[in-house]
Design a protein around this ligand. Structure first.
Ligand SMILES: NC(=O)c1ccc[n+]([C@@H]2O[C@H](COP(=O)([O-])OP(=O)(O)OC[C@H]3O[C@@H](n4cnc5c(N)ncnc54)[C@H](OP(=O)(O)O)[C@@H]3O)[C@@H](O)[C@H]2O)c1
Length: 280
């Protein structure tokens, strides 16, 4: 039987890389994409059908989809929207360009890609769209406003698409990981250094403390390896009727409950302390 094709964004590291390997081992035909040429080459060398796909570039998105559909006779079973980055920084320190860049990658490019593959899924009469959201698509942490906003928006577009695709056999599942071992923190730190003017910020003392912490290798509590995400993705791909949301890690499950049962003021205290926002 012909293998089902899966296209994954952001396979250079972390969760995307783990999904590419894990799904190939499970028999899927994996199109592993990355935004930097050396990573595309490394994925090819690892035996993947690799694609250059930079979510910030419409040209690369269109070329990648065309290339992939050309190789599969127009078929794609699943799209895994995994590629993204976190832009830390207090909301009042986010320039318009910095906020826009966060949305370009995490939301606009992701939706452009999704819209390009839906017609193929409609034509074949089935499809799965897997959205890599976050615990920060459920609740907000201080100093993560840009990232929070993109993940909330991703959840909103996913919920809307689910309504609009109701009478098709195309299922949208949202994966909500808590802390996972990957390059996410290192990449977020780089974005922080690149885009936030620490010296002129009201929050500079807080930032100095955070930078000290980020320089250390200490993982956050409850951190799991990316294989924990792979497990949920496999369920979303293979269940006859996949769930709308799959939480990964204890904090995600906890905050789903706390958000429903606690008064906002109490929840804010917990979120403030959790995101280290309570102490500046
Ligand atoms: N790790 C966590 O704790 C955690 C928790 C909740 C949700 N998530 C979500 O999980 C997903 C994967 O993150 P990760 O933890 O595996 O972090 P990661 O190791 O930093 O991987 C992120 C991937 O996204 C790619 N990416 C960034 N900008 C891109 C762009 N413009 N176009 C295409 N790809 C781009 C990165 O490519 P480069 O190498 O080129 O930058 C990398 O391949 C993300 O959606 C993230 O929001 C992660």
């Amino acid at each position: 039987m012909e293998s089902k094709s899966v296209l994954i964004t952001g396979c250079s590291s972390g969760i995307g890389n783990c999904l590419a390997h894990g799904l190939r081992e499970r028999g899927y035909r994996v199109f592993a994409s990355a935004r930097k040429e050396p990573d595309v080459a490394a994925l090819s060398a690892a035996g993947f059908e690799s694609l250059w796909l930079d979510l910030d570039s419409s040209e690369s998105i269109q070329a990648a989809v065309q290339n992939m559909l050309g190789r599969t006779q127009g078929r794609l079973y699943a799209l895994i929207n995994n590629g993204a980055y976190g832009q830390p920084g207090a909301v009042e320190d986010l320039s318009r360009d910095t906020l826009r860049a966060q949305f370009e990658t995490n939301l606009f490019g992701t939706q452009e890609l999704t819209n390009l593959v839906i017609p193929a899924m409609r034509a074949q009469g089935e499809g799965r769209i897997i959205q890599m959201s976050s615990i920060l698509g459920i609740v907000c942490f201080a100093y993560r406003g840009a990232y929070n906003a993109t993940k909330f928006a991703l959840e909103a577009l996913s919920d809307t698409m689910r309504l609009e695709l109701r009478n098709t056999n195309i299922y949208i599942s949202i994966i909500e990981p808590g802390p996972i071992e990957s390059r996410f923190r290192a990449n977020a730190y780089a974005a922080f250094q690149r885009n936030i003017d620490r010296e002129h910020s009201m929050y500079r003392e807080y930032y100095a403390r955070v930078e000290k912490r980020l320089e250390g290798p200490k993982p956050l509590p409850f951190t799991l390896p990316p294989e924990a995400v792979l497990k949920k993705v496999i369920r979303a791909l293979e269940a006859r009727r996949p769930k709308t949301r799959y939480g990964v890690t204890f904090p995600t499950h906890l905050f789903h409950v706390l958000r429903r049962v606690l008064p906002v003021r109490v929840l804010d205290q917990i979120l403030s302390a959790t995101s280290n926002g309570g102490r500046h």
